[in-house]
Design a protein. Structure first.
Lengths: 377, 239
């Protein structure tokens, strides 16, 4: 084992209480950053969940649409213009909107209606645990998620309620289709969605464009934009980005999450810097001895940086365990914390950078060491 | 006549500034020759430690020159001075300055590690150095498990393991009892005798005189006298 590593290791573990404080500081910081960033990713994923599950090659929407939940409307006669373009295999209208769900007992709760041409399969519910998609084409049929049973006052297939004074019946149940707004999603056929949300016939929120196998997407897109007035045509990736940008940055939610993460980094850096500084101060005599023996400054910096890296690795390992537990605990909640391999790598890098940055104060201190102090101590 | 291993010419050193400025050294010249054990004696505040710091390249003089193994320290930056210390000087301190968290072997190995010596070779040399000072059986002991005399022997092993030409020792026996002090001086005298090393010991302990080849007296920042160790020994015997 290199001697600089041994010195760093022993310096670190020499004062166990201080080491525990260092690790707690790192763990607190990294867990806070993990939660904030996990929420960011979780939120980012949830706001695009409908776009992710739609079988669309292109989305046609009214100009200025900010997100999937933006209920602007376009004329469905544009559908026929779209279908006339070479390369368009289908143009499926989608209607969305908020509505009131009245339970049999009379209690009301808001719901978010998603209607699509279920025969064409544009935006169907997924992860069904009860019932069948085909059943949704029947009169009054809706699909709801079982995590919202209590909110909707239903207990499964066959349950009835009213939306906009019109009866509905649960014919399919999904699992895990949750809304970041906490308003339950209710899937149904597009025509009934219009009736339940007050959208006039001949209007839709989006057109989901499916291309034929040999179609050139860019060409079709250009054609759609030139043939249909006052609409935007986005790829699923662009629509995801737009929705995510709106909800995360347009509303300030993302900034708040980043601010929390930044706070975590600052707290961690200060705690680690303080403990590394204190450790260096305690071992100043040893560093002066090293300097008197002719060690280069670089050698001494290595000792301090090794201390920082060791703290980082140990702190990160514990933080990762805590983070994993938090991810598991939030998996079934309305806003699950999502940890990706990229985020884990980024957090490790952040921990290392944070700990090395924290060692700057200690390094500045040893830079000022006069080796002659060994004669006076 | 061979060239001195360490040569200081007309050193002055001012410490502090303004009204608190003090001339710690006032034109000190000193040469250390290979194979000699030199004692630097003087009362407290006479400038012994300041001189030792300058000779050991830890302080730069206000005026004057220092040459170590033909290398001048004039204009050297802190890293150049560190390199000179690393390559040519071994230090023994009054309070040992061992690393409490390292074993005796690792404490000695440090002197080689800062020179970039490969680990395996450094371990072998460290054990050999410990054997040389009579601590072959304590290679794994930590400083807290060693007596004061043993700790100072580890410090000496650390000073000699890199085979420097010059050993500078600051009151190496001050923290030890008489028996241990004598044992340490015997080791240092042996070290001076082999490989043509120059050993300079700062002390005010007259019991060390029998081990000296030369005795240099310093007082109020000036060299006030120099005798051969032989003369000093005779004077002691006459007393």
């Amino acid at each position: 084992m290199p001697l600089v590593f041994t010195i760093a290791f022993r310096n670190l573990f020499h004062d166990r209480l201080r080491f525990v404080a260092t690790v707690i500081g790192i763990v607190f910081s990294i867990v806070l950053v993990t939660i904030q960033m996990g929420l960011y990713f979780g939120f980012g994923r949830m706001v695009t969940t409908m776009i992710d599950h739609a079988s669309a090659d292109l989305w046609v929407m009214p100009r200025g649409t900010k997100a999937f939940e933006d209920p602007s409307l376009l004329n469905t006669r544009e559908r026929y213009r779209a279908l006339a373009i070479n390369g368009v295999a289908d143009a499926i209208p989608v209607v969305i909107g908020f509505a009131d769900w009245r339970m049999p007992g009379g209690a009301m709760t808001p719901v978010f209606v998603i209607g699509s041409d279920l025969r064409a399969g544009g935006l169907q519910p997924w992860d069904l645990v009860e019932g069948r998609i085909e059943a949704l084409t029947s009169a009054k049929a809706v699909a709801v998620d079982r995590t919202y049973f209590d909110r909707l006052g239903v207990s499964g297939i066959g349950a009835t309620a009213e939306i906009r004074q019109q009866p509905v019946q649960v014919v399919a149940v999904t699992n895990g289709i949750r809304s970041f707004t906490t308003t339950p999603f209710v899937f149904m056929d597009v025509d009934r969605a219009r009736a339940h949300t007050g959208v006039p016939s001949g209007k839709a929120t989006f057109l989901i464009i499916r291309l034929s196998a040999d179609a050139d997407r860019d060409r079709v897109r250009r054609q759609l934009m030139s043939d249909i007035a006052d609409v935007e045509v986005l790829t699923p990736a662009e629509f995801r980005d737009r929705s995510r940008t709106f909800w995360l940055f347009g509303t300030g939610a993302g900034a708040a999450l980043f601010a929390g993460a930044l706070l975590g980094v600052i707290v961690g850096t200060v705690v680690v810097a303080q403990t590394l500084y204190a450790s260096t101060k305690e071992h100043l005599n040893e560093f002066a001895t090293l300097r008197a023996m002719g060690s280069s400054r670089r050698y001494i910096y290595k000792v301090i940086i090794w201390q920082a890296l060791l703290s980082a690795v140990i702190g990160f390992a514990i933080a990762a365990l805590v983070g994993d537990a938090v991810v598991r605990l939030t998996a079934e909640t309305a806003l699950p914390i999502v940890i990706t391999p990229g985020l884990i790598a980024g957090l490790f890098l952040l921990t290392v950078v944070m700990c090395i940055a924290s060692s700057i104060a200690a390094i500045v201190q040893v830079t000022r060491i006069e080796p002659a102090m060994v004669f006076t101590r | 006549m061979t060239e001195p291993l360490l040569e200081a010419v007309n050193l002055t050193k001012d410490l502090g500034s303004g009204a608190a400025r003090v001339a710690a050294l006032k034109g000190v010249s000193l040469a250390l020759n290979g194979g000699e054990l030199t004692l630097l004696m003087g009362p407290s505040g006479s400038g012994k430690t300041t001189l030792l710091s300058i000779l050991g390249c830890m302080l730069t003089p206000t005026e004057g020159t220092v040459r170590i193994c033909r290398h001048s320290t004039a204009g050297a930056d802190p890293e150049d001075l560190a390199r000179l210390r690393r390559e040519h000087v071994g230090f023994v301190f009054q309070s040992f300055h061992l690393f409490p968290t390292l074993s005796a072997t690792d404490n000695v190995r440090l002197a080689l590690d800062v020179r970039g010596e490969p680990r395996r070779a450094a371990k072998v040399k460290s054990r050999e150095a410990l054997a040389k000072v009579g601590l072959a059986h304590k290679t794994k002991a930590y400083p807290r498990e060693l007596s004061g005399g043993e700790q100072q022997r580890v410090a000496i092993a650390r000073a000699i393991v890199g085979n420097p030409s010059i050993i500078l020792a600051d009151e190496p026996t001050a923290a030890l009892d008489g028996t241990n002090g004598q044992a340490i001086m015997k080791i240092l005298a042996e070290i001076a005798g082999e490989r043509g090393r120059a050993v300079l010991i700062v002390t005010h302990d007259p019991r060390l005189l029998p081990f000296a080849d030369r005795v240099v007296h310093i007082e109020d920042g000036r060299i006030t006298g120099e005798e051969s160790g032989k003369l000093q020994r005779e004077m002691l015997e006459n007393h």
